[in-house]
Write a protein that binds this ligand. Sequence first.
Ligand code: AMP
Length: 472
Amino acid sequence: MTLSFTSLGLSEARVSHLQSMGYDEPTAIQAEAIPHLLSGRDLIGQAQTGTGKTAAFALPLMEQVDSSNPSVQALVLTPTRELAIQVCQAMRGFRINGRPNVLAIYGGQSIERQQDQLKRGAQIVVGTPGRVLDLLNRGSLSLHNLGWLVLDEADEMLNMGFIQDVEKILSKAPANRQTAFFSATMAPEIRELSAKFLHSPVTVTVQSPKASPKQIQQVSYIVPRGWTKVRALQPILELEDPESAIIFVRTRRTAGDLTRQLQAAGYSVDEYHGDLSQSQRERLLMRFRQQQVKLVVATDIAARGLHVDDLTHVINFDMPDAMESYVHRIGRTGRAGKHGIAISLVTPLEKYKLRQIERHTKQPMTLVKIPTRAEIAARNLERLRSQMREAITSERLASFLPIVSQLSEEYDLRTIAAAALQMAYDQTVPAWQRNEHHNAEAEGSERGASLPKKRKTISVQSESREVSKAKE
Ligand code: AMP
């Protein structure tokens, strides 16, 4: 029998709230950590992003803080602003009736505003070490009533040189608090820190997100001899049409080149690299989350700072050298029961790597050829068909029925439906691909050959004029 959230000791109200969010069962780290944290033990959690570690520390805190007391009772330290915001948002999502109050504090945002927010009261504060220390020194943040302290991504704190700040904060917190450290790896410095600040902690370890490879479909495309990878990638992107994807490359330089070439071809793509300022990173992250940018090109190192794990696709433009990197990369998709696709571009010389991957992940790897234009067109039509099915059952349909009634006085219903479909197709499919389904067979052998630039979507008005003209 699988464990339930109730059996971990969480309240019924929280469990049903979690269920409404689609959290039916605890993940491994949650199942192991939550009972210890609820019982008051200090804890070291060795777990990476994607394992559900945020809920593992957040839920016990949220169950225990006193929402009627406005003072800060729990502090979560994160290495980056993005993570502070992300953890804060996740915690707000776990709340019932908007309580307790969770506040994110980080550098770069007006300190006065954060001072005001603290004055108004917050039971839980999520912050970056520098800003937390600053607010402590100014007397705007008080840790007198602090009962819980969590260090998230402790190894990143170390990498980013924040450990001294963290030590200062830890030594300012009351001694009788409960403390938890979460870290993907356990460097000696982290062990030293935990020996100094944690009281007989229990250690909980979960494996890297190899967890659910079943939900990750692994597909490899063989790049034909004489082709560049960029040329091979474009028809794949057309076929897959990812909602959100990271394209992994080996070097920073390839990242820049590939981004420019894809942008020139009309794709919504950006590069993520270490030299971006905090505000540039945040803006990119925001656009990526809101799907204004669908593709992000990054190296493994840069992608570490990119806290996005809910991807529809992961694309290995360059294959990683280490198997761990491969597993880590593809683990960013197929999350929380969703289906994810991991695509690898391999040259004929790299084919041998695929067997290694199969052996390591114990999952089959599908080997496919670069899609032809006809295959892409067929996929687009298939997509349109399923969108139609969805639209037919939607409630908004009713508001369009009067237009259909009016038009049906002039045209027959099949013609009207086909015209509407044509408009929808033209909205989503670039101009150069249109009408492919008419002569799909004829062009079938042309594997993604020299794809012209994608065109911007044509407005509905001009299209509808064309449609009505055609009827006259
Ligand atoms: P984390 O490792 O905390 O960044 O979480 C990774 C992702 O898994 C997030 O999108 C969470 O919303 C999701 N998640 C965490 N725990 C569960 C759960 N028990 N059931 C379903 N989704 C979860």
